[in-house]
Design a protein around this ligand. Structure first.
Ligand code: GDD
Ligand code: MN
Length: 422
C-alpha cells in the first residue's frame, strides 16, 4: 500500500520486511538539483536512518550535526532518512520543512505501521546507498563516531557497531537499576542465543552501519527495539568492527522505553532462537513454515474441543436439533480458530494489517476456506473409505490431516498473505 501525504515525503512501505539487493529507491528530488548544478552525479553510497517518535526538540540539531559530519566525509554521496511514526508532536512535518535546507534529508511518515525496528528496516528499504546505518534521533548517540563506523566498513567490515562496552565506550550517568537491567538483558541473550549475542560486546546498540549486501534479500522479523539482534541473527555477517562511544544523556524529549520493550526483547530472543535453531533449519530445508503449521494445528485442536463441547451442550443438553446444533458449533469453532490464528499463528502478519476492513476480510476468507476444507474432507473420506477401502476411522484421520494442511496453506497464502504493492 502506498500512502502519499506530500510529494516530498517518501511513500510508506508495507509487506515483507526485506531490503532489496539493489536499491529500488526512486531518485529523490534533490538529485535533480544536484544534477542541474554539478552535471553527472555520483550515486548515493551511504543511507543513514534516523527513527523518530516525538523528537521535534532534537531533530533540527541532529540533522544539522549529521549533515555537517557527512558533508565532510561523503559530500553529496549520502542521504539521511528520517522515519517517523506519525508523531503527535509532528516531527515528520518539521523534518519535511528541514528538507529545504538539507537536500540530503528524506522523510517517511508512517501511519500504518509502528515500532522502532520496523521503522529502521522500512527506511533501509527506501534507501539508495549500498551502506546502511541507523542512529537514534535524540542525540544520545554522538554523531562524531559515525566517521569511525564508516571507516571500518571501508576497511572491509560487514558491520560496524558503536559499543558502550569496548575501549572508549560507556554510559554517562545511568542508575544502578538501569545498568543492572541492561546487563541482565545481555546475559539472557547470551543464554538463549549465544551464537548471535556473543558476537558483539553491545548487542543492544542501536547505532551501527552495515553493508547492504550483508542483509539483502533476507526476510527480517524484528520485534521491539533491538534491530541489531535481527541483523546479526539473520544477516550474512562475517567481519565485525566495534567502536567505543559514550551513551549521552537525553537533553530534550523523553525515552520511549517501557516494560513492553523488555517483554518484546525476550519474545524477540525466543523467536530468533526458534528460527535459527534446528526447527528453523529444518523448516528452511523443507521450504515450509513448520513452526507456523504446528501452531495452526494446535489451534485446530482447540477448535475441535469447542465444536464437540458446543454440540454436546446444544444438542445433548439443550435439545436443539442435530443439524442446527452442528452448524452453530462449527461456526463458533471457526470463530475460535480465527481468533487464535490471527493473534498467534499468523500474529506477525496480522499485526501489519490491523485496520477493521482488513480484519473482516481475513475473517470472511477464513470462513470460506474452512467451508471448502469441509467439503474437501468429505470428498477425501469417501474416496479413502469407498475407493481404497480403508478403515473408516483411519480414513477420517487421514482426511483431517490432509485438510488441515490444505487449510493452512491456503489461509497462509490468501487470508494472511501480505501483498507487496509498489
Ligand atoms: N519511528 C519510530 N517508532 N521511532 C521510535 C519509536 C517508534 O515506535 N520508538 C522510539 N523511537 C526512536 C526515538 O525517537 C529515538 O530516536 C530512538 O528511537 C531511540 O528511542 P529511545 O526511547 O530514546 O531509546 P533509549 O534511549 O532507551 O535507547 C536504547 O535503545 C536504542 C535503540 O535500540 C539504547 O539501548 C540504545 O543503545 C539504543 O541505541
Ligand atoms: Mn534515547
Amino acid at each position: 500500500m502506498i500512502t502519499i501525504g506530500y510529494t516530498q515525503l517518501l511513500p510508506e512501505l508495507s509487506g515483507v520486511l526485506q531490503v532489496p539487493r539493489q536499491s529500488t529507491a526512486a531518485k529523490q528530488p534533490c538529485d535533480k538539483i544536484l544534477e542541474a548544478g554539478a552535471g553527472a552525479i555520483a550515486p548515493v553510497r551511504f543511507s543513514l536512518v534516523v527513527p523518530t517518535y516525538n523528537e521535534s526538540h532534537n531533530l533540527e540539531r541532529i540533522v544539522a550535526l549529521l549533515s555537517e559530519r557527512l558533508d565532510a566525509v561523503l559530500p553529496n554521496r549520502y542521504e539521511i532518512i528520517v522515519v517517523d511514526d506519525n508523531s503527535p508532536d509532528r516531527t515528520w512535518q518539521l523534518a519535511e520543512t528541514l528538507t529545504a535546507r538539507y537536500p540530503h534529508l528524506r522523510v517517511m511518515r508512517r501511519q500504518q505501521e509502528r515500532g522502532l525496528s520496523t521503522a529502521v528496516i522500512r527506511g533501509w528499504q527506501a534507501a539508495q546507498g549500498d551502506v546502511l546505518g541507523v542512529i537514534d534521533g535524540d542525540l544520545q548517540h554522538p554523531p562524531d563516531v559515525l566517521q569511525l563506523l564508516l571507516d571500518a566498513i571501508a576497511q572491509g567490515a560487514d558491520l560496524a557497531v558503536a559499543s558502550r562496552n569496548v575501549d572508549g565506550g560507556g554510559v554517562s550517568t545511568w542508575s544502578a537499576m538501569r545498568r543492572f537491567l541492561s546487563r541482565g538483558a545481555q546475559l539472557l541473550g547470551l543464554i538463549l542465543l549465544p551464537g548471535v549475542v556473543s558476537r558483539v560486546s553491545d548487542p543492544m546498540s542501536g547505532y551501527f552501519v552495515v553493508r547492504r549486501s550483508a542483509i539483502a534479500d533476507r526476510s527480517l522479523h524484528p520485534l521491539g527495539y533491538k534491530i541489531l539482534l535481527e541483523v546479526l541473527g539473520r544477516g550474512k555477517i562475517d567481519e565485525i568492527t566495534e567502536v567505543g562511544y559514550v551513551f549521552q544523556e537525553r537533553e530534550a524529549g523523553e525515552s520511549k522505553v517501557t516494560w513492553k520493550q523488555y517483554r518484546d526483547y525476550i519474545r524477540h530472543l525466543v523467536r530468533l532462537r526458534i528460527s535459527l535453531g534446528r526447527l528453523g533449519r529444518f523448516s528452511q530445508r523443507l521450504n515450509f513454515p513448520v513452526g507456523r503449521f504446528v501452531r495452526f494445528a494446535f489451534v485446530g485442536l482447540s477448535g475441535l474441543a469447542v465444536d464437540m463441547g458446543l454440540l454436546y451442550l446444544l444438542h445433548g443438553r439443550l435439545g436443539f436439533g442435530l443439524t442446527r446444533s452442528a452448524i452453530v458449533a462449527a461456526e463458533l469453532a471457526i470463530i475460535n480458530n480465527f481468533f487464535w490464528n490471527d493473534r498467534w499463528t499468523f500474529g506477525d502478519l496480522a499485526q501489519q494489517q490491523q485496520q477493521r476492513h482488513q480484519v473482516i476480510k481475513r475473517f470472511a476468507k477464513f470462513n470460506l476456506i474452512c467451508l471448502m476444507g469441509l467439503m474437501l474432507k468429505i470428498l477425501l473420506l469417501n474416496l479413502l473409505f469407498n475407493g481404497l477401502h480403508l478403515n473408516a476411522y483411519l480414513a477420517n484421520l487421514l482426511a483431517i490431516a490432509a485438510v488441515t494442511l490444505w487449510n493452512f496453506w491456503i489461509n497462509l497464502k490468501l487470508s494472511w498473505r501480505i501483498t507487496q504493492v509498489k
